[in-house]
Write a protein that binds this ligand. Structure first.
Ligand code: SF4
Ligand code: SF4
Length: 140
């Protein structure tokens, strides 16, 4: 019987000296993961990060993350690279046409209130640029 495939959103923080390592290559080749990178800042001179989805079996993902940790890379499983603050949001709706995935959408058709679906966010950062009220922010 095939093991169930799951997708997890992760952030990997690289210490300065580990940024050149071909970690993604090994996640795909050695650990059978499908990798979808949303955002990356990886340069040898600085600390770096990757925001990515990995898809595979729980066992393969666990083994892959154990491998990643051997490079002194910190793994953040919350995957919260972009946040939306409902206290700051005025529900003006301006961001909705700019959001390519519908992560920001009308959550309540009666009140026209905006809602954020974190799982649909691909971290394009468009909402951060266009929100007049600073309701969307990036962790980086
Ligand atoms: S970062 Fe992009 S995908 Fe995510 S909520 Fe903002 S506009 Fe939508
Ligand atoms: S542009 Fe900003 S304030 Fe307006 S609905 Fe979007 S997140 Fe809320």
């Amino acid at each position: 019987m095939n093991a169930t495939m799951v997708t997890k959103k992760l952030m990997l923080f690289f210490p300065r000296c580990e940024c050149e390592k071909p970690i993604i290559y090994h996640l795909v080749k050695d650990h059978n993961l499908i990798v979808n990178v949303y955002r990356a800042k990886v340069t040898p001179e600085e600390e770096g990060y990757l925001v990515l989805d990995v898809t595979g079996t729980e066992a393969d993902i666990d083994k892959a993350m154990a491998f990643v940790r051997t490079f002194n890379v910190t793994i953040n499983y919350s995957g919260k690279g972009v946040t939306w603050d409902p206290q700051q949001c005025t529900h003006c709706g301006h961001c909705i046409v700019h959001c390519p995935t519908g992560a920001l959408h009308i959550g309540n058709p009666k009140t026209r209130e905006v809602a954020f679906s974190e799982k649909d966010c691909i971290e394009c950062l468009a909402c951060i640029r266009v929100c007049p009220f600073g309701a969307c922010a990036s962790a980086f």
